[in-house]
Design a protein around this ligand. Structure first.
Ligand code: 13P
Length: 254
């Protein structure tokens, strides 16, 4: 597929897979995806499996991501993990502001923006998630909600940092439900996000930022979604937990 920006497809394993299971999965993924150069491939295991998985992906085309990170660098923050600690395991990406964290940990746009700045300071690329609830969509508030999440969660980044940031559009009603946004619905919101980035930063930034779609991405819908002009990859949940479905999503997107 001929794309303006290189596709980036990431697997968000959420709170799944022990170390042994993670090793099993990553070893199979390495075999399946060996030689794939057209797509940036990222997997985001739970913190507890990062160390083991890091040694497995060292010399491969698979990059490592974490699912969350502290806004602080060091100190008395019980239960938190700092960027410098993730760097020890060669983590290159971090998912920030996932809707599950916005919902269950009450993460705000302002907090997500501070985490994104901390990620860049620690040389980790943030994958910043935004997405509307079903009620927002049904009341025609999608653009209002997404616009305010984008402005709030990316506030304060420099142009250079923004270019190195990935945005993930994940409509909350499509996560884990089997209900995917149509490719047109995804394209419309992605184009809106790009327009918002143009007004916050500039045209060059807007053209370079990669915007992933997430929400029930499967092997059978990946190609159509990825063929949309403003869809530059996917953030995959459930289907990233099985070697067959995750590698088929990637292969079907090339
Ligand atoms: P599903 O692919 O399971 O719908 O999850 C999407 C998601 O939340 C990825 O971050």
């Amino acid at each position: 597929m001929n794309k303006e920006r290189k596709l980036i497809i990431a697997g968000n394993w959420k709170m799944n897979r022990t170390v042994a299971e993670a090793l099993d999965l990553v070893q199979s993924l390495k075999r399946e995806l060996n030689g794939v150069k057209e797509v940036d491939i990222v997997i985001c295991p739970p913190f507890t499996a990062l160390h083991a998985v890091a040694s497995e992906v060292l010399e491969s085309n698979i990059r490592l991501g974490a699912q969350n990170m502290s806004e602080n660098n060091v100190g008395a923050y019980t239960g938190e993990i700092a960027a410098v600690m993730l760097k020890e395991f060669s983590v290159r990406y971090v998912v920030l502001g996932h809707s599950e964290r916005r919902q269950y940990q009450q993460e705000s746009d302002a907090l997500i923006a501070r985490k994104a700045a901390a990620a860049h300071a620690g040389s980790i690329k943030p994958i910043v998630c935004v997405g509307e609830l079903l009620a927002d969509r049904e009341s025609d508030r999608t653009e209002q909600v997404i616009g305010s999440q984008i402005r709030g969660s990316l506030a304060g980044l420099t142009k250079e940092q923004m270019i190195e940031t990935i945005v993930a559009y994940e409509p909350v009603w499509a996560i884990g439900t089997g209900k995917t946004a149509t490719s047109q619905q995804a394209q419309d919101v992605h184009a809106f996000i790009r327009t918002t980035l143009r007004s916050m930063f500039d045209d060059n930034v807007a053209r370079k930022v990669r915007i992933q779609y997430g929400g029930s991405v499967k092997p059978n819908n990946a190609r159509e979604l990825m063929s949309q002009p403003d869809v530059d990859g996917a953030l995959v949940g459930g289907a990233s937990l099985e070697v067959r479905s995750f590698s088929d999503i990637i292969k079907n997107s090339i």
